[in-house]
Ligand binder design. Structure first.
Ligand code: HEM
Length: 512
């Protein structure tokens, strides 16, 4: 019996595909096409596969040698590295570019900033660049692999990831600067609690979303980012002492339950009721909540700890179940009045007070994921050939990519400007001066993101709607992006809010 050995070369590495060829997901026939058997199949391979295919253990072991005198040239994702693909990173991370906002170790910003009140956070020497490198390394090594696996199996992020984030106090840092950081060692001591500012928080938000796993990103304690601030800002000292450490160490999960089947953006239209018992010691809560991120795993719902009468069930959404999106029902749930956050009857204020920060976090994420899509497109249009030339030689492709880049760059620049304002304003000033700005940015960034998703699918063609293979991140992005335009207030509602706020500030005497 004869065995016909079949070898191919990809990027100077020799693969023995003798046995594998009949198992090849793309079929056996491709290996008998011209220019493949026994030859350099690099170009053909990268026109059809992501680099990560060669890194999977079952395929990596097909490699039997390297071509003498040659070295491998092609790189996939390199853990912890800054991408060299143009526009794949915000300019402040790109060699040779400058930023007035992000500092190097021990450097101070050459900016004169007005001092308005004692809430101002110092922005000298906060060491953003070193911080970014450490966060990226952590995300790439610890979070990225788990994100890819959980997106596939739909389970919640692994507890080990929550725990490692807690060791670095990352859950606490995701709440932004403030008193809750006092006494904590942040990122292994890289930044002092009093020096932690909104740019550090922006870095964390933007690094996490580089995982390209939308549902997982939310599953990774996004409920805490929006759910804990009401407790921190309005909870009694006893309640905070009991609840906050458990949540910041990720032993318990919190979520913010606002939306209901009957009311989404209209927070005044909510129907869940809380009635006091005759002795005034308890609330009895009845009603439902819908689309609650992390709700399937949460132990606390603003005032309500999971217990008798609280039940949750998963909602199947267009993104993955790893986010834990839940339908929650309260059936005569008894809650001590001490769990009340803020003034009785002032719940709307509690809810609205954190909207700016929450929307700003969403802008951080949206700005960065648009770049992930740009990076995918840039690689695809240079490695994929059509009509004998790379895709980028088509003007129509270049025009789509140009629009994507312009949108992503403008969103990031605007975001950095707003972040700088936040660093210099008290929470109250932010509410007065930035609610409109942040609403506009949120509206603009999610609209940009949707346009970019549509363009990316056009560029990737069928692969842009295929869950595996070369277009997998594009398919995921395109499928999950509509959510970004809904959460934190629908686009049109935000646009309207911004204009109304601007009109309130119109000088009475301004005329044409
Ligand atoms: C060591 C060599 C190779 C390995 C390990 C490999 C592995 C795979 C895998 C895992 C897939 C499924 C899609 C994906 O996950 O990306 C695939 C698809 C495919 N492969 Fe390969 N492959 C190899 C070489 C080649 C070569 C040399 C060709 C020839 C041009 C080829 C042509 C294809 C085609 C046409 C598909 C279908 C792509 C699609 O549906 O978009 N493969 N291959």
């Amino acid at each position: 019996m004869f065995v016909l050995f079949q070898w191919i070369v990809i990027d100077s590495k020799v693969y023995d595909i003798t046995r594998f060829q009949n198992l090849h997901p793309g079929g056996v026939s491709v290996f008998y096409e011209n220019e493949i058997p026994g030859q350099d199949a690099t170009e053909a391979f990268f026109g059809l596969h992501r680099h990560e295919v060669l890194e999977r253990p079952q395929y990596a072991r097909l490699q039997i040698g390297v071509i003498e005198g040659e070295v491998s040239q092609i790189q996939g994702k390199v853990e912890g590295e800054i991408s060299k693909v143009p526009h794949a990173e915000p300019t402040w991370l790109v060699e040779g570019y400058y930023s007035p906002y992000f500092s190097e170790v021990g450097a101070s910003l050459h900016l004169i900033r007005p001092i308005w009140d004692s809430m101002i956070i110092s922005v000298d020497a906060q060491n953003h660049r070193q911080f970014q490198r450490a966060v990226r390394k952590f995300i790439d090594e610890v979070v990225y692999p788990d994100a890819q696996e959980r997106e596939l199996d739909g389970k919640r992020p692994s507890q080990s990831v929550f725990d490692k984030m807690a060791e670095l106090n990352m859950h606490a840092m995701r709440m932004g600067p403030g008193k809750h950081l006092e006494g904590l060692t942040l990122m292994g001591g890289l930044v002092k609690p009093e020096e932690f500012d909104y740019f550090h928080e922006l870095i964390i938000s933007q690094e996490i979303v580089r995982c390209g796993a939308r549902g997982y990103g939310d599953g990774l304690n996004a409920g805490c980012v929006i759910g804990l601030p009401p407790v921190l800002n309005f909870g009694s000292p006893e309640l905070k002492a009991r609840v906050v450490p458990e949540i910041l160490s990720a032993k318990k999960i919190i979520c913010l339950a606002i939306s209901e089947a009957h009311a989404g953006s209209d927070v005044f239209g909510l129907q869940t009721t809380a009635t006091k018992t005759e002795d005034g010691k308890y609330w009895i809560i009845s009603g439902t909540k819908k689309w609650i991120t992390n709700g399937t795993t949460a132990l606390t719902v603003i005032l309500v700890e999971r217990g008798e009468g609280v039940s949750t069930k998963p909602i199947k959404t267009s993104y993955s179940s790893t986010a834990g999106t839940a339908y929650i029902t309260f059936d005569k749930v008894k809650v001590p009045v001490e769990n009340t956050l803020g003034e009785e009857g002032g719940g709307i204020f509690v809810i609205l007070s954190n909207f700016n920060h929450e929307r700003w976090v969403m802008c951080c994420a949206s700005a960065r994921t648009q770049r992930l899509v740009i990076e995918e497109c840039m690689k695809w249009i240079s490695q994929r050939k059509a009509f004998g030339k790379p895709l980028y030689s088509q003007a129509v492709i270049r025009s789509k990519v140009a629009a994507m880049i312009a949108r992503a760059e403008s969103v990031q620049s605007w975001l950095e400007n707003i972040t700088y304002q936040m660093c210099n304003m008290s929470y109250k000033q932010q509410a007065n001066k930035l609610a409109g700005q942040i609403a506009f940015l949120k509206m603009y960034s999610t609209r940009s993101a949707q346009q970019t998703a549509t363009d990316a699918v056009q560029i990737f063609g069928g692969r842009g709607i295929t869950q595996t293979g070369m277009g997998r991140f594009i398919e995921h992005y395109h499928r999950t992006i509509p959510f970004d335009a809904l959460l934190g207030g629908a686009e049109d509602v935000l646009a309207d809010l911004g204009v109304r706020q601007a009109m309130r500030n119109m000088p009475k005497n301004a005329r044409l």
